[in-house]
Design a protein around this ligand. Structure first.
Ligand SMILES: C[S@@+](CC[C@H](N)C(=O)[O-])C[C@H]1O[C@@H](n2cnc3c(N)ncnc32)[C@H](O)[C@@H]1O
Length: 262
């Protein structure tokens, strides 16, 4: 049976969970891109605008557009201070609603593994970026264990269950991401891992925050109580606590960047 698509609906819960993680990775990613102020940016799959806000704060763009297929996430994004500079609108990575060469830079933060045809997603970013402009993305290294939900995913597997993951995890490794950038015809291609860590007050804080968002929460809530308890205790065992109870979780993403030829 085909997997039901992962939907992003609760902006506030998303922002507490993945929004915090994406800002940690996004800081390092934007330093790495090292683009000058005053550019036109496109943030594809902007969701709640957590990464777009970083772009506005750190890169001082002349203008920014964020697109996403989830209207409820966009509503959250439109409440951000970034909305003074950035416009947030409905759109799909596979068919960007912009004319050719409109932007200096197009980025995807934690999105490419949701795009049904990643090549098409990259080709669309290349189409709307001017020659010499930048096309870049980062994705969790899901196959390599870098996903913040990895303790839960690993425990689900140990219980013989199929975890719900983004459909195109195959592009999440460093080699696959870099190969994709080269195959699409980008120039000056570079790729790198980005490792980050996040501190939770204790395991309950981790559990509440991590399961607070999206379809994972609903699926786990629908489990029989005994299974849910086993999952929780298994995840706890995979996340050793500090002496004071804090959980310091490590996660890592892979990133690629390149320039549009011409
Ligand atoms: C993990 S969230 C990342 C959101 C944001 N970029 C961030 O870093 O916080 C993934 C986002 O990709 C969006 N998405 C899924 N499929 C997409 C597609 N085909 N085109 C554009 N965005 C898509 C989802 O709606 C969701 O907002």
């Amino acid at each position: 049976m085909p997997q039901e698509p992962i939907r992003f609906a609760n902006g506030a819960a998303y922002d507490r969970m993945m929004g915090v993680w994406t800002r940690f990775v996004g800081d390092i990613f934007l330093d790495w891109l090292a683009l000058k102020p005053g550019l036109q940016w496109l943030d594809v799959g902007c969701g709640t605008g957590a990464f777009t806000q970083l772009v506005v704060d750190r890169c001082r763009p002349a203008g920014a557009q964020g697109i996403d297929p989830s209207e409820s996430q966009l509503e959250f994004a439109r409440q951000r201070p970034a909305a003074k500079t950035a416009e947030f609108r409905l759109g799909d990575a596979m068919d960007l609603p912009f004319e050719d060469s409109r932007f200096d830079a197009a980025v995807m933060a934690l999105v490419l593994f949701f795009v049904p045809e990643p090549e098409k997603g990259v080709a669309e970013m290349m189409r709307v970026v001017r020659p010499g402009g930048t096309v870049a993305a980062y994705v969790w290294d899901i196959l390599g264990g870098g996903f913040p939900m990895d303790p839960i995913v690993a425990e689900l597997r140990a219980m013989g269950k199929t975890p719900v993951l983004p459909p195109r995890t195959d592009i999440s490794t460093l080699d696959a991401l870099e190969a994709l950038w080269r195959r699409c015809g980008l120039e000056a291609v570079e790729a790198r891992p980005i490792a980050v860590e996040r501190t939770f007050a204790d395991f309950e804080d981790y559990w509440r925050t991590t399961l607070g968002a999206g379809s994972v929460k609903d699926r786990i809530a629908a489990m029989p109580e005994a299974e849910r308890t086993r999952l929780k205790e298994g995840a706890r065992a995979r996340l050793p606590a500090e002496a004071d109870g804090r959980i310091i979780q490590k996660a890592w993403a892979n990133a690629a960047k390149g320039q549009v030829p011409g």
